[in-house]
Design a protein around this ligand. Structure first.
Ligand code: SAH
Ligand code: SF4
Length: 354
């Protein structure tokens, strides 16, 4: 089976080259080309010494031992304010995933997908509505970030600063590939993202949260809560029947205790469903004593769900109740709604148009 070069951590590339009789220094050169410069071909690289050039010619390429994950750009939409771009990328087997680039300042953020589709079935989510197709490999996650880096470079913009795993898919349902991708992307010899600038967003996969706590990972954790009432949450987030709300909150408390880290709670505001002062009081009570921050995100309407976004006044009132109870929160407009920037919406749109 051929292996993607993008799937390999630095130590794995070094092991592969040393096993083939090359020196560790060649691994440094190869890694630099692939992960720092984002090269997608290794011919004519003047910095390669002859043994590495020969090795690349023999072992990298079509039907060779190693290949590049080189997703093809099939759609590229920009928001009207020009600050958000959404890419639909086609993987080698034809599956498409969404990658978003927000901002072109020194603070740009990439939002990447971790699966094609999603098995969790959240009723308001375009990705959940399409169902699960497959996990992405680490290299397919890394390649999305390298694509964003190339876009930034083409604009002579500063490098990427933040990474959020809030595209298509449930990151903690694909734990190993996601964590390998993050090991690659935070390696300071490559893209070199700071772990504190990486956010893993989960629907609440309890074993994954406990594993992150056990391994004391330095990434940020965001938990998509949406409701503090078990029955109401189960109606929006079917996965909460498998990992009930009380178990989820217990896992979050354990995560907080073991890592000392704050947890972000995502709350998609749906008019009349989870945006009343009573809902705000419930969440404040549920998260009492926890080092937590709530992100309130007005619903981005999708074809498969009848709900609508809460009015601005409801969001402000919700926030006021949280503030009174000592729970910090931010209302986040989903940037670039006009580029179908809700997760899974661009792919769904293209599928309808096809
Ligand atoms: N599976 C993970 C990460 C991907 S979804 C998770 O659920 O956390 C990223 C975020 O987008 C989640 O908080 C999710 O609830 C939210 N989201 C999905 N569809 C949305 C929509 N139509 N409008 C607003 N937020 C949405
Ligand atoms: Fe999956 Fe997240 Fe969408 Fe839920 S919101 S269906 S977990 S991608």
């Amino acid at each position: 089976m051929p292996t993607s070069l993008h799937d390999l951590t630095y130590p794995a590339i070094e092991r592969a080259l040393v096993a083939d009789g090359l020196r560790p220094a060649h691994a440094r050169t190869l890694w630099n080309a692939v992960q720092r410069e984002g090269a997608l071909a290794l011919a004519e690289r003047t910095e390669f010494l002859p043994p590495l050039t020969r090795w690349s010619a023999e072992h990298v390429g079509e039907s060779a031992r190693f290949f590049f994950d080189e997703p093809a750009l099939t759609a590229d939409t920009a928001s009207s304010d020009g600050l958000t771009r959404k890419f639909l990328l086609r993987l080698a087997d034809g599956q498409t995933v969404e990658t978003v680039l927000m901002g072109y300042t020194g603070r740009s953020t990439a939002c990447v997908s971790t699966q094609a589709g999603c098995a969790m079935g959240c009723v308001f989510c375009a990705t959940g509505q399409m169902g699960f197709v497959r996990h992405l490999r680490a290299g397919e996650i890394v390649a999305q970030v390298l694509h964003v880096q190339r876009e930034l470079r083409a604009r002579r913009a500063a490098g990427l600063r933040n990474l959020v795993l809030m595209g298509m898919g449930e990151p903690l349902h694909n734990y190993d590939a996601v964590l390998t991708a993050l090991e690659i992307l935070t390696d300071d010899r490559g893209v070199a993202l700071a772990p504190s600038r990486v956010t893993i967003s989960t629907v609440g996969v309890v074993p994954g949260i406990l594993r992150l706590a056990e391994e004391k990972r330095a990434f940020n954790l965001a938990v998509s809560l949406h409701s503090a009432d078990a029955a109401e949450r189960a109606a929006l987030v079917p996965a909460s029947r498998r990992w009930p709300l009380d178990e989820l909150i217990a896992a979050c408390r354990e995560y907080g205790a073991k890592t000392g880290r704050r947890i972000f709670f995502e709350w998609t505001l749906i008019a009349g469903a989870n945006d009343s002062p009573r809902h705000a009081e419930q969440v404040a009570a549920l998260l009492a004593g926890m080092h937590a921050h709530v992100n309130l995100i007005p619903l981005n309407p999708t074809n498969g769900f009848a709900g609508t976004a809460s009015a601005g006044a409801a969001a402000r009132e919700f926030q006021r109740v949280l503030r009174e109870r000592g729970l910090p929160s931010t209302v986040r407009q989903r940037r670039g709604i006009d580029v179908a920037a809700g997760c899974g919406q661009l792919r769904a749109e293209k599928a309808r148009a096809a």
